[in-house]
Design a protein around this ligand. Structure first.
Ligand code: NIG
Ligand code: FE
Length: 396
């Protein structure tokens, strides 16, 4: 059989079941995997002899706020001096600080500021990154953020998946009138984002310092009416039954989930909603309530892991460290950590048929590692053993 590129003498972790290693090869044609398994006869234009290196699917970061301007490290200092995330938000800092800086930035500024963060993710074998808007909070500024996010894929070999997060925080123009802002989100912003094809999903921050369940429900209803997928920041700081609400709207994922309860888990299981856990925010905020991992496992709810990269609660640009935190802080197994940034991360983006495992028909996105065993990717902190990154069949 003929193909464009072969990677031979590989040790494959296909992520189709567990983290078993298959000795063999991968063949790609036109950017797609045509074969992944034991060595086989192929004619190829290019052959890479991997000398026994480990190959996983390219890593997927299914929840980031990578596009923003400015910096919030002063809040880190304030928290060290005793302030909480909520204190800072209520005093007009937090997300509002980033909104001011992001509104003042041009699309080109936003791209320039995001590229070093993106490069850090790519250097560790990441091939797909979800990026949310949510620091513009006007139609023009939200569209600017989403355009900047898409533009990253013209600057770097990466798949960018965009989510509209207009209901991230209340903009100052709507102080005291959150319902009016939600009307703007539902009746103006979501239709415009959908019409321009600038996002595939809609997300909201359902929280005491964000939006109420009723307001969130309006946003998710509008999203579905415009054919967009639904995601939700739920149960991060308190339990508002956001996961149940998200599941009722067939959400592809509910994210954070420290305060998730049994009813929320049951609703997620029924709806097939992925639990995307964000240990970087848990770590940065020194949260002590661990998401209900055992109950999620028992229910068979798929668990994804993401950096939640943002300037406030998770200034984290490493999926390797995210996996380590998932294991160390949440006691996820090595297999769960790897599935969290590959197979289940793909499902959390509605892309389970396209990426996330090494299977014929999927995009040939690979991370090739100088390690002997999958646990070496999760255990070590601060060492990047990436040997080669492949995006859509091309070494990059
Ligand atoms: O996912 N929780 C809300 N959104 C972000 C934080 C954003 C920020 O503080 O800038 C999160 O943690
Ligand atoms: Fe987030």
């Amino acid at each position: 059989m003929r193909c464009d590129t072969l990677w031979t003498k590989a040790r494959l972790i296909t992520m189709t079941s567990g983290v078993e290693i298959v000795e063999g090869m991968i063949a790609a044609r036109d950017g797609r995997i045509v074969y992944a398994g034991p060595e086989h006869d192929f004619d190829a234009d290019t052959t890479h002899d991997l000398a026994g290196r480990l190959v996983t699917p390219g890593l997927i970061d299914p929840h980031t706020h990578l596009i923003y301007a400015g910096d919030r490290c002063h809040e880190f200092r304030l928290r060290l001096e005793g302030a909480s995330y909520e204190d800072i938000a209520r005093a007009g800092g937090g997300i509002a600080t980033t909104v001011k800086a992001t509104r003042a930035a041009s699309e080109a500024d936003l791209i320039a500021q995001a590229l070093p963060r993106l490069d850090t993710l790519l250097a560790e074998g990441t091939t797909t990154v979800e990026i949310k808007s949510g620091y513009g909070l006007t139609l023009a500024d939200e569209l600017k953020m989403l355009r900047a996010a898409h533009a990253l894929a013209t600057h770097r070999p990466v798949r960018i998946v965009t989510t509209f997060l207009g209901a991230h925080a209340l903009p100052p123009e709507y102080a005291g009138c959150p319902d009016d802002y939600i009307t703007e989100v539902c009746e103006v912003m979501i239709p415009a984002v959908a019409a321009e094809g600038l996002a595939v999903a809609v997300d909201a921050f359902c929280e005491n310092i964000g939006f109420t369940p009723d307001q969130t429900e309006r946003v998710l209803t509008a999203a579905r009416a415009h054919g967009l997928q639904v995601k939700l920041h739920a149960e991060q700081l308190s339990n508002l039954n956001g996961a149940t609400l998200a599941a009722r709207h067939c959400a592809v994922s509910a994210d954070h989930l420290e305060y998730l309860d049994e009813a929320g888990i049951a609703a997620m299981r029924t709806a097939g909603t992925v639990a995307t856990l964000l240990p970087g925010a848990f770590y940065t905020l020194r949260e002590t309530k661990v998401p209900p991992i055992d109950a999620l496992r028992r229910a068979g709810v798929p668990i994804a892991l993401a950096t939640d990269h943002n300037p406030g609660t998770s200034p984290l640009s490493s999926l390797l460290l995210t996996m380590n935190m998932g294991a160390t802080l949440f006691r996820l197994t090595v297999g769960e950590c790897l599935a969290g940034v590959t197979r289940h991360a793909a499902t959390a983006l509605g892309l389970g048929a396209e990426i996330g495992t090494l299977e014929p028909g999927k995009a040939c996105d690979l991370a090739i590692w100088d390690v002997d065993a999958p646990e070496q990717l999760v255990c070590r902190v601060g060492l990047n053993p990436l040997y080669q990154r492949v995006f859509n069949g091309a070494v990059s």
